[in-house]
Design a protein. Structure first.
Length: 255
């Protein structure tokens, strides 16, 4: 399996990340992708990648919750890193209308700039869209081009079937995490109508731990619980979910 989204470089793992990574490896995780947050997270993220080459893989981007008045300075840091070394994706980027709508215009501008970098470097986007799925889909529709189509993952997808179909039509995958195991999460009704070829697995560690660990620190080693729930919803084997979602992740990141 591949965990397409985990923040293992955060403070929550500072005391025991070697054990957390060992548990993930023992659970059959082949790779863990580390989406960036902002300029403050880059050093720790790259340090973890350095310690676990070809297993922990960094991406670069600006999280929408870090888009403030000085967002252009933050984007300059991202742009500088893109010119210094190769990355496998632009992210975590996107939109967020959950916590604060003050910088909505700035979020949209930051989205457009990072989308242009994705086109320039031919990289996938890792898109965050909390309480803003429709707005994000509209943004993408306006930016999508036949000559240089945007691609990537809608991270932590929790939307409707109609929204899922629009995202798939845009050429993006749905990132499915711990919410799929929540009793009233609602994803079961959506995923029963979505083919496996459109899904990738993620944990979003340390957040959104699956049942039975809900409310506790999430870990990449719990990814099989997410895969198992998808298998149940779609009436397929666990091995089929593992195989197909791994192939999908490999396509996204160009492995």
């Amino acid at each position: 399996m591949i965990d397409t989204h985990a923040h293992l470089y955060l403070e929550e793992f500072s005391q025991d990340y070697p054990e957390v990574i060992a548990k993930a490896q023992n659970a059959g995780i082949e790779k863990i992708y580390l989406p960036n947050i902002d300029s403050q997270s880059i050093e720790a993220m790259l340090e973890l990648e350095l310690r676990y080459p070809d297993f922990c893989i960094a991406t670069i981007g600006l999280h929408p919750c870090s888009v403030k008045k000085d967002f252009e300075k933050e984007l300059y840091v991202v742009e500088d890193w893109l010119g210094r070394r190769k990355f496998v994706a632009i992210g975590e980027m996107g939109t967020d209308l959950y916590w604060d709508q003050t910088f909505w215009q700035e979020q949209q501008e930051a989205f457009k700039i990072q989308a242009e970098w994705a086109k320039k470097y031919d990289l996938p986007l890792i898109i965050h869209c909390r309480n803003s799925i429709d707005e994000t889909i509209a943004l993408l529709e306006n930016l999508q081009e036949k000559e240089k189509p945007l691609k990537g993952i809608f991270h932590c997808f929790t939307g409707s079937l109609e929204q899922a179909q629009k995202i798939i039509a845009l050429g993006f995958y749905l990132g499915i995490g711990g919410v799929v195991t929540f009793k009233n999460g609602g994803l079961d009704k959506v995923l029963s109508h979505i083919d496996l070829e459109h899904l990738v697995l993620e944990t979003d560690s340390p957040y959104l731990a699956p049942v039975p660990y809900r409310g506790k620190r999430n870990e990449s080693g719990y990814l099989s619980l997410i895969a198992q729930k998808i298998a149940e919803i779609q009436s397929v084997s666990l091995e089929e979910v593992k195989l197909k979602t791994t192939q999908n992740a490999q396509k996204v990141f160009g492995i």
